[in-house]
Design a protein around this ligand. Structure first.
Ligand SMILES: Cc1ncc(COP(=O)(O)O)c(C=O)c1O
Length: 406
């Protein structure tokens, strides 16, 4: 049976909005995806029937809230294929990477090295630069190929016995390229380095099996994976998390506090200081359950057919150039392009007048833009609820921009 995109669309009320007389052609999912009714209902259920703080009250509402919060942790764990108590709720993907940079980073010594790449989002660069300033570690950068992939041929040259961690985007937020995780893990292991993946752009495209990937840390954001804002996830190997000092201090993350000293709770509590984002965590759990139930074989084929339709259509418009893998192999539905002589912001503005939402600019990847001497790109990022009408509206808008702005 073919993938029923209409049935999926029907679960996202915002997609049938009319704004200023225009339909919603939402192709900015890489920035934030839309939220299905299952998530909206789960958050509403918590707010209307179980709102209380977690892990501290003895009354029934507190117990209900705690149960829902911990159930959300289990839903996220199932989505990632790992045990429940290995999931740490964070404020987002950025917060998860900062947690590792701070806490794992505090175990590193001056002269230790961390390997990143030129394709990374700023949130997988800046936390490590902050660590470099604090701790005297060194950063190395894998280059990027002209078709927008991390160049893994440089791994043997850049991995050294001082490399403690390799932290890379699982899927690029600019080019959609999928990382060859197996090759990275194998090479990193040969020098005893750990591997962290920034899964912000991969998690929204279906369940993962982290044990089979063989990585050590994995981070993603709720709002890009059909969940609420203000929530994200860090998964880490338990022996690593338990050896790491806390990132933030406060309530809930302690074993025992005296005025002289404090002991820490085991992970994940150690890393969840203060009242967590309870409603958003419950929403993210529902989003993971929603993704778990989707037919991803069908959804992936559908998303890739949209990528092909988009690429074929762009190639017919004079002056467009795609930045990223030309084939559908090892890529996800994020496509960046340039229109000769037209600034990406102007392209995006024209598209908005066609009801099409895209992202334009540097995509928080300024080093990548510098490397290819780009002002920016226009980025189309898709989700399973997108359909041919979204792509056709976009192509009509780009054709109009090509005719009127050049
Ligand atoms: C690849 C990648 N990593 C990290 C992030 C940061 O996510 P957040 O801002 O939700 O923390 C993003 C967001 O665009 C991203 O695309």
């Amino acid at each position: 049976m073919s993938f029923d995109v209409a049935a999926v669309r029907g679960q996202f009320p915002i997609l049938s909005e009319i704004i200023d007389g225009l339909p919603v052609h939402y192709l900015d999912n890489g920035a934030s995806a839309q939220t299905p009714l299952a998530v909206i209902d789960a958050v509403r259920h918590y707010e209307t029937t179980g709102r209380a703080n977690v892990l501290r009250g003895v009354h029934r509402l507190a117990e209900r809230a705690t149960e829902s919060y911990e159930n959300a942790r289990a839903q996220v764990a199932t989505f990632l294929g790992v045990p429940t108590m290995e999931i740490v709720f964070t404020g987002g993907c950025t917060a998860a990477i900062n947690l590792v940079a701070y806490s794992y980073g505090s175990l590193l010594k001056p002269g230790d090295r961390i390997l990143l790449s030129e394709i990374e989002h700023h949130s997988n660069i800046v936390p490590w630069q902050l660590l470099r300033s604090r701790a005297g570690i060194e950063l190395d950068m894998l280059p990027v190929t002209t078709d927008g992939r991390i160049d893994l041929e440089a791994l043997p040259r850049l991995l050294t016995p001082r490399t403690k961690l390799v932290s890379l985007a699982h899927v690029s937020n600019v080019t959609g390229a999928l990382l060859d995780v197996r090759a990275v893990v194998e090479a990193a292991k040969s020098v005893g380095a750990r591997v962290m993946l920034d899964g912000a752009q991969r998690a929204p495209h279906g369940p993962l099996d982290l044990p089979s990937l063989g990585v050590d840390f994995y981070a993603f954001a709720g709002h890009k994976a059909y969940g609420p804002n203000g929530i994200g996830v860090l998964w880490g190997r338990p022996e690593l998390l338990d050896a790491m000092p806390p990132f933030m201090g406060g309530g809930s993350m302690i074993g025992r506090v005296t005025l002289a000293e404090t002991t820490w709770a085991p992970s994940p509590r150690r890393f969840e200081a203060g009242t967590p984002a309870i409603g958003p965590a419950i929403g993210l759990g529902a989003a993971c359950a929603w993704m778990q139930a989707l037919d991803w074989t069908g959804a992936h084929d559908h998303e890739m057919a949209l990528v092909q339709r988009l690429m074929d259509g762009l190639q017919k418009i004079d002056g467009t150039q795609i930045f990223g893998p030309a084939s559908l192999q090892n890529r996800y539905p994020v496509v960046s392009f340039m229109l000769d002589g037209v600034h990406p912001h102007d392209v995006a503005q024209t598209l908005d007048s066609f009801g099409v939402a895209v992202r334009a600019g540097h995509h928080c990847a300024q080093p990548l833009m510098d490397r290819f001497d780009l002002d920016g790109t226009t980025r189309v990022s898709m989700a399973p609820y997108n359909d041919n009408s979204d792509i056709d509206a976009l192509l009509a808008g780009v054709a109009h921009a090509a005719k009127t702005l050049r």
